[in-house]
Design a protein around this ligand. Structure first.
Ligand code: TIU
Length: 227
């Protein structure tokens, strides 16, 4: 049975039979010193603060037996899926594919590319390596979700205005209803996080909905969602 989750710009009607949680790029590369986020000149410490909230959100979905999807921004070791326009962008201390403090930057299988141990995927959960900022580009994820009848996505992860927002916009265009958990996402730039959330919910929810984790938890409790 669907139930309402108080959200902006208005209640999100959550249907447990067709919802999945998507946790975007909670990988060491973005959250720990020596990774890609650090190489781009960012203060990565802001991002560690949401880890307990993301863990609680994952726990909520697991307790209710609902699907969880984890993504990583990851390139093949030969970088054949990394366009030069992406690799050569800016003047970072280290580029994608270079050897960093946690192995090769944004390369699949390297230590820095692993999801944080506290948020590690469990057996049976979907793990997607994505070469782009969005989770649908070159991943086949839409087909996987469609086969399972997933039509609603709850979003968490980093960074709000880059990979999270890009993935939400891609999802919105593919017909998914998208709910962002505001305190389970973060940016290196607080004003960009705030701005991204406002863009998402503006114009009647042009991209989707947003709400804090506490509102989602309470809604599950009140619905006694026994799924
Ligand atoms: N730099 C930045 O804010 N983000 C990324 O490069 N990737 C993700 O957001 N995952």
């Amino acid at each position: 049975m669907a139930f309402p989750v108080p959200a902006r710009p208005y209640d999100f009607n959550l249907d447990p039979s067709k919802v999945a949680l998507v946790v975007i790029d909670m990988q060491r590369d973005f959250i720990e010193p020596g990774g890609f986020g650090d190489a781009l000149g960012n203060d990565v410490s802001r991002l560690t603060k949401i880890v307990p909230t993301v863990a609680a959100l994952i726990g909520l979905f697991r307790r209710h037996g609902l699907p969880v999807v984890h993504t990583r921004e990851a390139h093949r070791p030969d970088l054949s899926d990394c366009p030069p326009a992406k690799r050569l962008r800016g003047r970072p201390g280290l580029r994608i594919g270079d050897e960093g403090a946690m192995g090769r930057i944004l390369v699949a299988g390297e230590p820095g590319n692993q999801i944080l141990a506290e948020l590690a995927p469990e057996t049976g959960e979907i793990v997607v390596d994505k070469p782009g900022k969005g989770m649908f580009w070159a991943t086949g994820l839409h087909e996987v979700l469609s086969e399972r009848g997933i039509a609603q996505l709850v979003f968490a992860g980093v960074t709000t205005e880059v990979c999270v927002q890009t993935s939400m916009r891609e999802a919105n265009d593919r017909g998914y209803e998208c709910l962002l958990i505001e305190d389970a996402t973060e940016s290196y730039f607080p004003e960009f996080k705030a701005g991204a959330i406002e863009m998402i919910v503006a114009q009647g929810g042009i991209v989707g909905w947003a709400t804090p984790l506490s509102a989602l938890q309470t809604a599950f409790e009140e619905a006694r969602a026994d799924v």
